[in-house]
Design a protein around this ligand. Structure first.
Ligand code: ZN
Length: 196
């Protein structure tokens, strides 16, 4: 053990965060040692309150803080379209483009042939589509194997229905992730979405 146990343990926690390796974890710990007690307190209470303050909408899966989901209850939303995303984070990426004013649905995960996920639970989505008389489903998945397989699965699932299904048209090579697309190119993808 190179550092006192407490620092080592904190470093292990930091390393669980995406993109954080040993060097960054070390830097974070030593940076925190320089912080005032008040700043440390603000930091720790923000983390502690995260699960209490932030909820997932039981209907669409979007994250919100207190009150009601703005996406499901916003007056200015187009209630004939649903944009289907894999994660709540992807929802915010699409929303940031300002190109989409419809409703959202968070799927919670994609098919993953390699890790054994071979089916998607589309019942809640189907129920919303029926209840809300949705006419267009826009699939906003990553341009990866998982994204492609899931989009195909969904297309098959809704085969024969009058639902119009389209997918974001990535102007990028296969394997592209939504989070690295950038607002401009995501906005383009939404505008030029293609029918599946
Ligand atoms: Zn909602």
């Amino acid at each position: 053990m190179r550092y006192p146990e407490h620092i080592e343990r904190l470093m292990q926690i930091f390393r669980k965060l995406p993109g954080v390796g040993a060097k960054s974890a070390e830097r974070f710990c030593f940076e925190l040692l320089q912080w005032s007690e008040a700043k440390i307190h603000e930091f720790t209470s923000l983390i502690e309150d995260l699960p209490k303050k932030i909820s997932a909408c039981p209907s669409c899966g979007a994250l919100f803080q207190e009150g009601i989901c703005n996406f499901c209850n916003g007056n200015e939303r187009n209630t004939e379209q649903i944009c289907l995303v894999a994660t709540p984070k992807d929802l915010f990426l699409i929303e940031a483009t300002g190109q989409f004013k419809g409703l959202y649905h968070v799927l919670g995960g994609l098919l993953s042939p390699f890790s054994g996920k071979h089916a998607l639970n589309l019942e809640p989505l189907l129920k919303r589509i029926k209840d809300l008389n949705i006419t267009e489903l826009i699939i906003a998945f990553d341009g990866t194997l998982e994204g492609d397989a899931s989009a195909f699965y969904i297309k098959e699932y809704f085969k024969g229905s009058s639902l119009q299904i389209s997918r974001l048209a990535f102007g990028m090579p296969a394997g592209s992730l939504l989070e690295f697309a950038g607002e401009g190119s995501l906005a383009q993808s939404m505008a030029h979405r293609r029918e599946l």
